[in-house]
Write a protein that binds this ligand. Structure first.
Ligand SMILES: [Zn+2]
Length: 276
């Protein structure tokens, strides 16, 4: 399998890959440029990190063929998705819409909310509130391509992280069940926030649900075996996972312990939020 490098993935969607690859961000953040064929304006989803070369590349893609940028959308508040939003809004002379008001830019802009419809020169997006990874995770459904832009709720490869207290495992399961229902109905493809496009949305979402339920059972067994801190659980349950991901695994374990109703001892031992 060749590495994911972004690029044009469909008539309406193009990914500009940000240069912030890491174990947490896979090849980097996917900045999505969406436009209806022949449309005079585009939408940019998740401008990505504050990196001048990246933002220049996003602007070039979004304004190709003389288009202008109608608006910028944020899937959620993590820096690897929105740190560059303010600078990009100035560069593109475009407003920014997000669920978290602190990232909104522009006069009269309202917070993104469940049920919003966004229409730009024939390009239509339905806005879904899909919390779990964080409380403000928004998913954008592109009906014309039977695709969903999932941000960090579903990644192109490997599981995602639920970061408590903002991220809640119960919400995460509910959002995944919602994605599964969409995949059985109006969605075929996932355009994720990191990693490659997933052409079989149903299989990817099934994997997420199965993986998380299996981990939950392993965490439950670890607690029964006497583990008390997230770190101890990680050392037992995530022994097969790259240690570079253990700090993130500690966050997911904490979320799972909360879900299981287990009091978390020594919560100060949980490492700093990897996303800030
Ligand atoms: Zn994130």
């Amino acid at each position: 399998m060749s590495a994911w490098t972004g690029g044009t993935v469909s008539p309406r969607a193009r990914c500009v890959l940000a240069p912030n690859g890491s174990p947490m961000t896979l090849e980097g953040t996917n900045t999505w440029v969406l436009a209806e064929p022949g449309g005079a304006r585009s939408i940019v989803v998740d401008p990505g990190p504050l990196d001048a070369d990246h933002l220049d590349a996003v602007l070039a893609a979004a304004t190709e063929g003389g288009r202008s940028v109608a608006m910028v959308l944020a899937t959620h508040r993590h820096h690897d998705h929105v740190e560059g939003a303010q600078a990009f809004a100035v560069m593109a002379d475009a407003p920014v819409r997000a669920a978290d008001p602190q990232f909104q830019i522009g006069p009269g802009i309202t917070a993104l909310a469940e049920g919003d419809k966004i229409c730009v020169d024939g390009l239509e997006l339905d806005v879904l509130h899909t919390p779990g990874h964080t409380s403000d995770c928004m998913t954008f459904l592109l009906p014309a391509e039977r695709a969903i832009l999932t941000g960090d709720m579903v990644l192109g490869r490997g599981p995602t992280v639920v970061i408590p207290p903002d991220g809640v495992l119960r919400d995460y399961f509910a959002s995944l069940e919602r994605f599964a229902a969409l995949a059985g109905d109006v969605v075929d493809t996932v355009y994720p926030g990191h990693g490659p496009v997933l052409p079989d949305a149903g299989a990817a979402i099934d994997y997420y649900l199965t993986h998380r339920r299996q981990r939950l059972e392993q965490v439950r067994a670890a607690i029964d075996a006497g583990d008390v801190t997230p770190r101890q659980v990680v050392e037992r349950v995530y022994v097969d996972v790259d240690k570079a991901l253990w700090p993130a695994a500690e966050w997911s374990v904490k979320a799972q312990l909360i879900f299981l109703g287990v009091a978390v001892e020594n919560p100060d031992e949980v490492p700093p939020n990897p996303y800030r």
